[in-house]
Design a protein around this ligand. Structure first.
Ligand SMILES: Cc1cc2nc3c(=O)[nH]c(=O)nc-3n(C[C@H](O)[C@H](O)[C@H](O)COP(=O)(O)OP(=O)(O)OC[C@H]3O[C@@H](n4cnc5c(N)ncnc54)[C@H](O)[C@@H]3O)c2cc1C
Length: 521
């Protein structure tokens, strides 16, 4: 994926793209992937980095949603289970089966979760990841050594998928790019272009690295900007009522031994009626999440003290060693783009999490809601509106079976697995230049060659692109990320021909962001 090459493509103002997508999170990337699978011409514009928004801040589950099943949203669960199964087949380097254990303390819970999860298995049909079973108290303690044992009767084990969200976004971007899409990060949509009848004909965009402005033409424009969707809707119609209600969810990251083992813990009902997960991920334990209404959309939302206390207290209620603020390696927050509730209501969890596609009078197609797991289906449903907007029939979608960039049947172990078929090429860089085999930080397996690779092939342009999304040190251990920033900046500067001023500015910019992921003790 080469940014300069792609910038050249948008300089041709006479070109009319079939689809222009605003937003490089899971929703926008799903649209680009599906459109390219139908042989359409596609341009995708992301104002920051791919998955900089909500799409790098999820719980990292590829799931049908046990919780939505409990709420009776059967269609949503069926759709998500199918997508889950397909994603594990199309991107085995990024998504895998993860067993979850619900600790059982009452007979009622034993019956309700055993029956409910059997139904969940049954609904996943041939794409099931494994059967759910009840396990004894002894077995539960063996698999979750740190779970609270007082009153424990056993556990219910079930299976869901787990993935690396930011890297999947990047690999979808690369899949679409390799198939001919023009994918750009750090390119902002400033406004919509319309003809004399008020129909949308294209976009006014700006390359945020050079500050150069461009106009592009497109037959259909898709607004896939997550919590920022209202801003684009208001570019279309300044009177448009607000559609989106951001709802914040936070995660705390701590050492794996707070749980022990490789199974995840699922707490089906927290004090506020939500689900809480404690999931092993990249050698750490990710614990979350919350559901807190926020007024303003932000690219870097901050966890509230009360959210941190809530997660610590709830998780602590199920663990033998209770985590404290001092144990938190990093905290990250994300915003769900939920449909704004009716006046008077402050509840967000009852609002259906299924996605919606809305077409405005001027032809702006807005995709909202949904979840990471269903990104591809969301894309397909959006591209299905092409005929309604343009009068032209799109080709048939083939994205369901498209292999994602990096797909390989021979996966390496450890963090190399995430690179799939790219792993050997990155290792070759380190062999050519032994300095590139050096670790970036003593506590993490990542090496200098990964930084060079990300700059050359994955459109990384800022230190934060590397430390937050190409490799995930920022959300795994914020202090370690701060300690790594200078090394990363120096490696990038050589590759990008930047000077010392650039290095200092990058470190400063990175530290400002990283501060938000640190917990003040
Ligand atoms: C706490 C939490 C946990 C979650 N856990 C899971 C989970 O485990 N599994 C699951 O399936 N789902 C999960 N989800 C849901 C999932 O993460 C979201 O549904 C999904 O990431 C939303 O993606 P998006 O593309 O709509 O939004 P975003 O990822 O926010 O992308 C929108 C993008 O639009 C860009 N943009 C905005 N304005 C412009 C402009 N003018 N020009 C160009 N670009 C622009 C932004 O920079 C941003 O990158 C979770 C969500 C949250 C909040």
């Amino acid at each position: 994926m080469n940014r300069e090459e792609n910038i050249k493509q948008i300089q041709d103002s006479s070109k009319v793209w079939d689809i222009a997508v605003i937003g490089g999170g899971s929703s926008g990337l799903g649209v680009a992937l599906d459109a390219i699978s139908r042989g359409m011409s596609v341009v995708l514009l992301e104002k920051a980095d791919f998955a900089k928004g909500t799409s790098s801040r999820s719980t990292k589950l590829v799931h049908g949603g046990v919780r939505y099943l409990a709420q009776g949203d059967v269609m949503l669960v069926l759709e998500a289970l199918k997508e889950r199964g397909k994603l594990l087949k199309n991107a085995p380097h990024l998504a895998h089966d993860q067993p979850f254990i619900i600790p059982i303390y009452t007979w009622f819970d034993r019956i309700q979760y055993s029956v409910g999860l059997k139904l969940y298995d049954w609904m996943s049909g041939r794409l099931s990841l494994g059967k759910s079973t009840f396990i004894s108290k002894k077995e539960t303690i063996k698999r979750l050594p740190a779970v609270l044992q007082k009153g424990l009767m056993g556990g219910v084990v079930y299976h869901d998928g787990q993935f690396d969200d930011a890297r999947l976004a990047l690999d979808i971007a690369q899949t679409a790019d390799e198939a001919g899409a023009c994918i750009l990060n750090y390119t902002k949509v400033n406004n919509l272009e319309k003809d004399s009848s008020g129909k949308i004909t294209g976009l006014k965009i700006q390359d945020l690295l050079t500050r150069k402005k461009h106009i592009i033409q497109a037959k259909m424009v898709v607004n896939a900007t997550g919590v920022f969707a209202d801003k684009i809707l208001q570019m279309d119609n300044p009177e448009a009522p607000k559609m989106i209600q951001p709802s914040q969810g936070i995660h705390l990251v701590m050492d794996l031994d707070f749980l022990g083992g490789s199974d995840a813990l699922m707490i089906p009902k927290t004090r506020d009626g939500r689900v809480l997960f404690a999931v092993p991920w990249h050698g750490k334990l990710v614990v979350g999440t919350t559901d807190t209404l926020r007024e303003k959309p932000k690219l870097e939302p901050e966890a509230l003290q009360k959210e941190i206390d809530f997660v610590l207290e709830t998780a602590g209620g199920y663990l033998t060693r209770k985590p404290t603020r001092a144990d938190i390696k990093a905290v990250f927050a994300g915003l769900r783009p939920l449909a704004r509730p009716q006046e008077g209501s402050t509840k967000t969890k009852e609002i259906s999490r299924s996605h919606k596609v809305i077409v405005s009078e001027s032809g702006l197609v807005t995709l909202t809601g949904g979840k990471w797991t269903t990104f591809r289906k969301m894309g397909e449903d959006t591209v299905d509106h092409f005929q309604q907007v343009t009068g032209e029939k799109p080709g048939a979608s083939t994205s369901l079976d498209m292999k994602i960039h990096g797909y390989s049947k021979q996966l390496q172990k450890g963090h190399w697995q995430l690179y799939g078929s790219d792993a050997l090429a990155i290792q070759a860089l380190a062999k050519e230049e032994p300095k590139l085999a050096e670790k970036l930080h003593p506590d993490f397996p990542n090496i200098a060659a990964e930084v060079i690779w990300a700059v050359r092939n994955e459109m990384a342009v800022k230190v934060e692109d590397i430390l937050s999304r190409r490799i995930r040190i920022l959300i795994l251990d914020a202090q370690a990320a701060i300690e790594t920033a200078e090394k990363v900046a120096q490696l990038m500067a050589i590759e990008l021909h930047k000077d010392q001023v650039w290095i200092s500015q990058e470190i400063q910019d990175f530290n400002k962001v990283a501060e938000k992921y640190l917990i003040r003790k």
